[in-house]
Design a protein around this ligand. Structure first.
Ligand SMILES: Nc1ncnc2c1ncn2[C@@H]1O[C@H](COP(=O)(O)OP(=O)(O)O)[C@@H](O)[C@H]1O
Ligand SMILES: [Mg+2]
Length: 244
């Protein structure tokens, strides 16, 4: 069953067109990765799905309902939660208060402060600390916890690993895998293509606002990804190869 689907999705910032007809699908229980160079349109895709950017109503469907252009609040209530790029925590609030912000439009489900504390014990320990007192990795855990607090059916993560040490990234992805193993569907935007392939069942590569590659993650080679990332021809003609 298709949980989320975009159909010929376009997006604009004023006169600037950032997405050109994106067909994107996420099945129930899947983990789908979105990769692509800086400026390819990954965050823009997520913003149209979560209502932060205008989209034609029928261009985004969630559980067979047209949600394009709905307000972000309504989309959270439908069951989509986002961990935004750069985390966007409330700096003056404590860890616990930040987590509770995610429960503002809470749906029913297993996630509450106690459940987030079991997933990330350090957050329970530091629950009264201001969010800014935490390390980058711990702040990312708060951002994930906050998204989970709304009890989403679909969790969307934008560049979880940005600026974090590899060991912290590993820890965060392991936690995420334990969450998705319990049945939560996820879309992961990730610059680390190896990580993206490892954690996902399918992936999409965006290039300049278009899908340049899609398929089962395990069946896509690193060469195909490199070509789709940078817009290189997959099988360059001999004369092109000689010039390269
Ligand atoms: N707020 C904005 N105003 C104008 N252009 C933007 C804005 N945000 C992103 N863009 C442009 O849209 C394109 C896609 O950006 P983005 O979706 O952020 O890429 P990615 O997340 O893949 O790095 C880029 O060319 C970027 O410069
Ligand atoms: Mg981005």
């Amino acid at each position: 069953m298709k949980l989320l689907q975009t159909d010929g999705l376009t997006a604009f910032y004023g006169d600037f067109q950032a997405l050109f007809g994106i067909d994107f699908e996420v099945g129930e229980g899947e983990i789908v990765a979105v990769i692509g160079a800086n400026g390819a349109g990954k965050t823009t895709l997520l913003k149209t799905i979560t209502g932060l950017l205008a989209a034609p109503a029928q261009a985004v469907r969630f559980q067979d309902e047209a949600i394009g252009g709905m307000t972000p609040a309504k989309i959270v209530q439908r069951g989509i939660a986002m961990v935004p790029e750069g985390r966007r925590l409330f700096p003056s609030l404590s860890v616990e208060e930040n987590l509770l912000m995610g429960a503002y439009r809470k749906r029913s489900g297993p996630w509450d402060l106690a459940a987030v504390g079991r997933l990330f014990p350090i957050l329970k320990e530091r629950r009264h600390a201001p969010a800014t007192a935490l390390s980058g990795g711990q702040q990312q855990m708060v951002a994930i916890g906050r998204a989970l607090m709304s009890n989403p059916r679909l969790l969307i993560c934008d560049e979880l690993s940005l600026g974090l040490a590899p060991i912290v990234v590993k820890e965060i992805y392991e936690a995420l895998e334990s969450v998705t193993a319990s049945g939560l569907t996820a879309v992961i935007v990730e610059q680390d293509t190896t990580m993206a392939r490892n954690v996902s069942s399918r992936l999409y590569c965006l290039q300049e606002g278009r899908v340049s590659l899609t398929g089962a993650s395990k069946q896509i080679s690193q060469e195909q990804i490199t070509a789709a990332y940078f817009g290189l021809p997959e099988n360059p003609a001999p004369e092109q190869r000689a010039q390269a």
